[in-house]
Design a protein around this ligand. Structure first.
Ligand code: DC
Length: 208
C-alpha cells in the first residue's frame, strides 16, 4: 500500500505520516529531509540557495547528513524551501523518492508534491493543512522550550513566506491532488488528527 501525505510547514503532516507508517507497518520517508540536506550543504559551502548552480552542487550530499540535527533548524527549512524552487534540484532528487514509493510492500511518504508528482498512483492521499496562525502557534510553543525570546510574529511571517514560495513556484508546487482527502488539523489534537487520518486511509483502501 502506498500512502502520500502532503501539506504546508507545521501542518502536522510529518507526525501523521509517521503514525500511519507505524499503524500499517510501512517504511516512511520524510522527503523534506532530502531538500533540507541540500539546503544545509549549500549553507555550509557558503553558496547562494537562489542560484541554481550553487543549489544543484548541494544535491550530492552524503547519506549520513540525513541524520544531522542541523537539518531540523529553521535556517535549514528556509534554505530547503529556496533550493526546492529549482527544477534541477527537484530532478536530482526525484528517482530516489520514486524508488522509495514504489518499493515492494508499499511505503508512506510525506512532502509537498507526493500525491501530484512522486506517487500519483498512491492508494491513499492526504492533504494535511491548518491555519497559518495555528501552525505558527505550534512552532512558537516548540521554540519557547529552548528560546525564551521566541518571536511569534517572526515565526508567523516565516510560515507565510514559506507557504507563498512553496505554493507559487512553477515546478511541482504545493497543491492538493484532485483525489486527495483534505485533513484540517487546526482544531484537532495530535491523536484526533491521527485517528482521522487512519479513518480516511481505511475509507480509501478498505485496510484497517
Ligand atoms: O517538510 P519540510 O518543512 O521539512 O520541507 C522543507 C522544504 O523542502 C519545504 O519548504 C519545500 C521543500 N520540499 C519540497 O519542495 N518538496 C517536498 N516533497 C518536500 C519538501
Amino acid at each position: 500500500m502506498m500512502i502520500a501525505v502532503d501539506g504546508p510547514a507545521a501542518s502536522g503532516k510529518g507526525t501523521i505520516a509517521r503514525a500511519l507508517a507505524a499503524h500499517y507497518r510501512l517504511p516512511w520517508l520524510d522527503t523534506g529531509l532530502l531538500y533540507r540536506a541540500v539546503g544545509v550543504s549549500v549553507l555550509r559551502a557558503g553558496g547562494n540557495p537562489d542560484n541554481p548552480v550553487d543549489a544543484v552542487a548541494g544535491c550530492d550530499f552524503p547519506d549520513q547528513l540525513l541524520d544531522d540535527p542541523e537539518l531540523r533548524s529553521e535556517a535549514a527549512g528556509t534554505y530547503a524551501s529556496r533550493v526546492s524552487v529549482h527544477p534541477v534540484v527537484r530532478a536530482a532528487l526525484i528517482e530516489r523518492q520514486k524508488a522509495f514509493a514504489n518499493q515492494p510492500g508499499g511505503a508512506v511518504l510525506d512532502g509537498r508534491d507526493i500525491g501530484t508528482v512522486i506517487a500519483p498512483d498512491a492508494d491513499a492521499k492526504l492533504f494535511v493543512t491548518a491555519s497559518a496562525e495555528a501552525r505558527a502557534e505550534r512552532r512558537y510553543k516548540d521554540e519557547l522550550k529552548t528560546d525564551p525570546e521566541a518571536d511569534f510574529a517572526a515565526i508567523l511571517a516565516d510560515i507565510e513566506d514559506r507557504d507563498r514560495r512553496d505554493s507559487e513556484r512553477a515546478s511541482a508546487p504545493l497543491k492538493r491532488a484532485d483525489d486527495a482527502d483534505l485533513l484540517d488539523t487546526t482544531n484537532l489534537t495530535i491523536s484526533a488528527a491521527v485517528q482521522r487520518a487512519i479513518a480516511l486511509v481505511e475509507a480509501r483502501t478498505g485496510k484497517r
